[in-house]
Design a binder for this molecule. Sequence first.
Ligand code: ADP
Ligand code: MG
Ligand code: ZN
Length: 501
Amino acid sequence: MNPGDAYEPVIGLEVHAQLLTRTKAFCSCSARFGDEPNSNVCPVCLGMPGALPVLNLKLVEFVLRMGLAVGSRIAPRSVFARKNYFYPDLPKGYQISQHDEPICAGGGIDIDLPGGGKKRIGLTRIHMEEDAGKSIHDIDAGTLLDLNRCGVPLIEIVSEPAIGSPREASLYLSRIRQLVTYLGICDGNMEEGSLRCDANVSVRPRGTASLGTKTEVKNMNSFRNVERALEFEIGRQVRLIADGGTVVQETLLWDAERNVAIPMRSKEEAHDYRYFPDPDLAGVTVDDAWIAAVRRDLPELPEPRRDRFTRELGLPGYDADVLTAEKGVADYFEATLAALGGREGAVAPQAPHIASLAQRAKAVSNWVMTDVLRVLSAGKTSVAEFPVSPARLASMIGLIGNGTISGKIAKEVFEDMVSTGEDPRAIVERKGLVQVSDAGAIERAVDGVVASNMPQVQKYLAGNDKVFAFFVGETMKTMKGKGNPKVVNEVLRRKLDALGR
Ligand code: ADP
Ligand code: MG
Ligand code: ZN
């Protein structure tokens, strides 16, 4: 038997999300990413003696947004603690964090299981924290320090040891990414480190309840790396135990180049950090009015939005999933639909083929899911930078709906819009792409095609209906793709069938 079948993994994730506040957690330095190194620092975030921290209330508001979105209990009073350790990127010698009394406890995040169904991953806690600086290892200059990140606010979301596979871990992480971006509290960028994940993992005989000794894997900066690192570490632990060894509690660093996790240090225990309440900061008090205000301002969350897309707009579940995966894409979709007449269907008279809300929603969904997302993923850009505005995409879809251009020509117009950003009507005019629906013009084209393809006509009349597609293709070619397909089909049938009488 494969030893992997006898054991099952248990995974718990600690996810850090860097918050999009304007200033740092305890001083008024800018929290912006990517500024000149060491330009956003002051006595407070550098830990100069006597400098006193002042809590940024945006940090509390942001953690409350997350806590309320995932159903955590909010502590009326919580406490900041100092987590003490020595490292060159930590000039204060401690990080301000929360220990015994975090602001949020409990709650959960639902994931869609690969095999169907949902699973709720329970949360242990969500707490507030400040970031440390960044060491930059340069071949020529040696180790350099950028302290801009010191004091940038983070939340840490700690899951229960309840994640059952590397795939589940990555699905859970993408749910968190989706949530924090919907909530507008973090940009969710894993490559730049604004969303970071430490993965704790142990294995145990399948079907047993107690937990094995865990290791912690760090340094995975993509969803794919989280999965690969966990697969690696689970395999290592299973083989170790199957060979009669024991897992040692330690911290490992994922090396994505070599596809291995390398031991970094033996795991420190909480007492190694000598946590104690920060004497410079009062506790955080959150009253019901504050909670109510934050709750009132929560945006529509991914799951309700997805359900609304299927219920109100009649979209298939698959479309709703794809469209709501990212808030920006869902916003773009809805803006396009609104420009196309939204619920009212204001442009319906000009676009009779997409007169109902469900038809318009599906038409917009098709363009966003296939063409817009294809361009975005090819260019690795976000929808915010997409050159075609919702209004312009809507007007192009309107041109198809009212028969001005065919769906096929629309693909060409779309590509043109992506590269020039021009108005679709201007492109159609400039390139002479207006669809020909005039029966007279189509009849002339059909007559020519029929006359020069008599052998195929014989086959058609002998009952071979497959050659019909050939005639459609030839007619379209003659008309440079601009024939209205519906009219072309009608005229062809009529003319060909007439020849058989
Ligand atoms: P530590 O004190 O080492 O930081 P915690 O108890 O704070 O450990 O847990 C950190 C994370 O590790 C949590 O997400 C938790 O669910 C997970 N975890 C704890 N024990 C185990 C275990 N035996 N196997 C897998 N994950 C675990
Ligand atoms: Mg911990
Ligand atoms: Zn500062």
